[in-house]
Every structure is written in structure tokens, then in C-alpha cells.
Design a binder for this molecule. Structure first.
Ligand code: PHB
Length: 431
């Protein structure tokens, strides 16, 4: 229809300056087509090669990497920018994710403000065992929360004039044989219509985009766990300089950090727990019990945030369905134990941007290879996250045999250089 209108000279392209995210610096230039006056009342049509549904790290990274190769995109995100920033998420970046952020010009803030970690501790039987990444595999990770990665990407897109519509509503995606259409109301309630060659579904674990793949063509591989994490933010000094993953007779706990004065901690709980049923004393008693031993002192303070995080492993196939391409959590979910979710999302984004650029440059087969390349790492990360999770958590009702076997597994890992190196290589990201 649009092509026909353009042939008849009723559509023309122009560059338009428009505010799109309600933020300072949210002005961007993007190529749009608009209809002539005999079509007043019909929404403006924005034409771009790629439209991206979802403005979290994977969507913004695809948009950023495409822009670096001169390809325009429009990002449509349902949440307001401030809401995304306020959602606390995990904080470990693999070495390759840091390289991608720095080398692609998103920001080098991670190197200045992130904390480089050269190891973690596995703690069980009241004793800690260090996994020395630097010694074992010559790599490290950075503690740099996902919210900061989002902020860096959002700032970079805004500074580069990227079209990012936060706070969009009534988003309707129609991938067709000859292109994709996305219709939505922007944050001001104005209807927008984007026509693109491809649509990227990067709209997170509750993805609407993946539902565009007909049920009969979907392959959804899932694993549920009989526990969850209770996560807290606390105003307390650091208890340790590195992350501690602890197994105890009472269940799992993780001691992580955010800054000198704010710490992040988690403990295994039943998925039905409600944060409001836990006061500070009960939380600290639970955490203390799970990390005690060998003189370790947990440093406590007021708890400023409490959440229960569900656990799930899932992979959605296909990651490509015609002109629809899925990336990040919309295509796969991992439990947080291996800290792989954000890293996989950034890795997908890198592969997808490369494949889209090649396809748009005329390589007809470039996108065919994307799912296979992405899924190779996704399944490695699925295995690693599942392994760390099952090795470190006590399933409710587990037999004495099973709990003793898990201890044997932990011993086998920490007492062998090969075992530690396997963990180190996966945790830092298969460089
Ligand atoms: C965090 O700091 O939030 C964090 C770190 C490591 C994990 C999960 C969460 O495995």
C-alpha cells in the first residue's frame, strides 16, 4: 500500500526533528516519510530499515551498533526511561561485554566506575574456596549493574540522535512478507506508524513479540526450579571484596556489592515468600546462618529494598521468524546464579546487528545464521547457569544422598585446577 502511494508521488521522505523520550537530549533526526495533505488525520509514517520493540540493553545495543554502520532504526519501549532505570537488576559483566561497551563507543564509564573482580568465592562447610579467574584463565569480570549499562546506552543513543520512544502504549506489531509495521501511541498520545524491513523483538522475558510466532511453529524449552531468591539492598559496609556464593545446610546465599556503602545480597527462599513478611532481623538472621564459619563476619545495616526473584531456565525457538528477530530475554531466560542474562542479551545484540547489517547490504543469507550462532552460546550459558544453580541450592525435600552428593560435587570443583578453570572460563564468558 505504502509502496503504491509512494509510486504515485503521495508519500515523500524528509528529515524531521522530533522530541521522543521526554529527556534532555532526546531530540533526534531520523528519516521519515509523511503523507501529503489529502491524507490529513492519518499517522505519520516513519520509514527505517529496522524497528526494535524494547528499549532495554539488547534493544538499545542493536540500535547503537546499527547506527555505527549507518543504519537507522526506531526503538519503541513501553516503559518510561526512569522506570527502567529504577528496576534493580544483576550486576556482573563478562570481559567480552565490557569490551563491547568500550570498543563500540557506548561508554568507558564501566572501566572508571565499575569494580574489576578477578575471582569469586565458593563457600561451603563454613569455609571459602577462591576461584582465581586471573590465574586460571587470565580474565576478569566487572561488577557494574545493569541499570548503569542501560543508562550508558540510553545516553549514547540520545547523544547520537537515535530515535527511542519511551513510554509508548498500544504497541501493535505486524510482521509481513514484504516488511514489518509497528503502530503505537507515543508518550504524548500521538499515533506513530513505523514501516521497516525487519522487526527486532527485544522486549524482555514477558515478550509480546515472541507471541507473533504462531503456536504451531514455537518450540519453548523450559525448566522450573522449586526455589527463588530473596534479594535485598542494604546500607552497610562491604563484608567482602569479592562475591561469595555460599551453600549451607539451610540453603544458598550470595553476598554481592554495589558500593562502599550499599550492598546487594540474596538468599534462597520458597517462590511463594512475600517480601513484606520479612523484617530486617529475620533477613539478617537468615543470611548470617548461611555464611557463618571460619570467623567470617557479615556486616549489617538497614535494608532499603526487598524483592523475590523467580527462577526459570527457558529457550524460545525460533529466534528468527521471517522478518521478526528475537534477542535477549525475549528469546531466553536463565536463573541469576551464573549472572549470564545481561551478558547473553548483549551478545545476541552484537551478532544480530552484524547479521542485519550484512543482510541489508545484500547478503541474503546473513540472517539465517543468526539463530544458530546465538543459540550456541545461549545453551552453553543455560548449562552453566543450571549447573551453578543445582550445585549450590538445596532443593526442598532433597534426600540426604543428594545433599551429600552436591557437597562432593563442590569439593570436586574446588579441589581440581581443571574444575576451577571450567567454572572460571564460563563465569568470565568463554573468551
Ligand atoms: C548481583 O550483584 O546482583 C548479582 C551478582 C551475581 C549473580 C547474581 C546477581 O550471580
Amino acid at each position: 500500500m505504502e509502496r503504491a502511494l509512494r509510486r504515485r508521488g503521495r508519500l515523500r521522505y524528509r528529515f524531521q526533528v522530533r522530541r521522543c523520550d521526554g529527556e534532555p537530549g532526546g531530540v533526534h533526526r531520523n528519516p521519515v516519510a509523511h503523507r501529503s495533505s489529502d491524507h490529513r488525520g492519518v499517522p505519520t509514517v516513519i520509514r527505517v530499515p529496522v524497528v526494535i520493540v524494547g528499549g532495554g540493553p539488547s534493544g538499545l545495543m542493536v540500535s547503537h551498533l546499527l547506527a555505527r554502520t549507518g543504519i537507522d532504526s526506531v526503538v519503541v519501549e513501553r516503559r518510561a526511561r526512569a522506570e527502567i532505570y529504577a528496576t534493580g537488576r544483576a550486576g556482573i559483566l563478562e570481559a567480552g561485554s565490557v569490551r563491547l561497551l568500550v570498543d563500540s563507543g557506548v561508554s568507558d564509564r564501566v572501566l572508571r566506575e565499575g569494580d574489576r573482580h578477578e575471582g569469586i568465592e565458593l563457600r561451603f562447610g563454613g569455609r571459602s574456596h577462591r576461584i582465581d579467574f586471573a590465574d586460571l584463565v587470565g580474565q576478569s569480570v566487572w561488577l557494574y549493574p545493569q541499570t548503569e549499562v542501560f543508562e550508558d546506552l540510553a545516553n549514547r543513543r540520545a547523544a547520537d540522535g537515535g530515535a527511542v520512544y519511551y513510554g509508548a502504549s498500544d504497541v501493535e506489531v505486524t510482521p509481513g512478507d514484504d516488511g514489518a509495521r509497528v503502530r503505537f501511541l507515543d508518550a504524548d498520545g500521538v499515533e506513530q506508524l513505523v514501516h521497516a524491513d525487519f522487526v527486532v523483538g527485544a522486549d524482555g522475558s514477558r515478550s509480546e513479540s515472541r507471541r507473533l510466532v504462531p503456536e504451531s511453529d514455537r518450540d519453548w524449552r523450559r525448566h522450573e526450579y522449586p526455589f527463588a531468591w530473596f534479594g535485598v539492598l542494604t546500607q552497610a559496609p562491604r563484608s567482602a571484596d569479592e562475591l561469595i556464593y555460599a551453600d549451607s545446610d539451610h540453603g544458598f546465599a550470595l553476598i554481592s556489592q554495589r558500593s562502599e556503602t550499599v550492598q546487594r545480597m540474596y538468599f534462597q527462599c520458597d517462590p511463594s515468600e512475600r517480601p513484606e513478611d520479612w523484617d530486617d532481623d529475620r533477613i539478617w538472621a537468615t543470611l548470617r546462618e548461611r555464611v557463618k564459619g571460619n570467623g567470617f563476619e557479615l556486616r549489617e545495616g538497614p535494608i532499603i529494598e526487598k524483592t523475590v526473584l523467580p527462577f526459570r531456565s527457558a529457550v524460545h525457538a525460533p529466534m528468527r521468524y521471517g522478518r521478526l528477530l528475537l534477542a535477549g530475554d525475549s528469546a531466553h531466560t536463565v536463573p541469576p546464579t551464573g549472572a549470564k542474562g545481561l551478558n547473553l542479551a548483549l551478545h545476541d545484540a552484537e551478532l544480530l546487528a552484524e547479521a542485519l547489517a550484512a543482510q541489508l547490504a545484500g547478503d541474503d543469507r546473513a540472517l539465517d545464521a543468526y539463530p544458530e550462532r546465538a543459540l550456541e552460546r545461549v545453551w552453553k550459558a543455560q548449562h552453566f547457569s543450571y549447573w551453578m544453580t543445582t550445585m549450590l541450592h538445596r532443593a526442598p525435600g532433597a534426600s540426604p544422598f543428594e545433599n551429600a552428593r552436591r557437597r562432593g560435587e563442590l569439593e570436586a570443583v574446588v579441589s581440581s585446577r581443571h574444575g576451577r578453570a571450567f567454572l572460571a572460563e564460563a563465569y568470565t564468558g568463554w573468551a
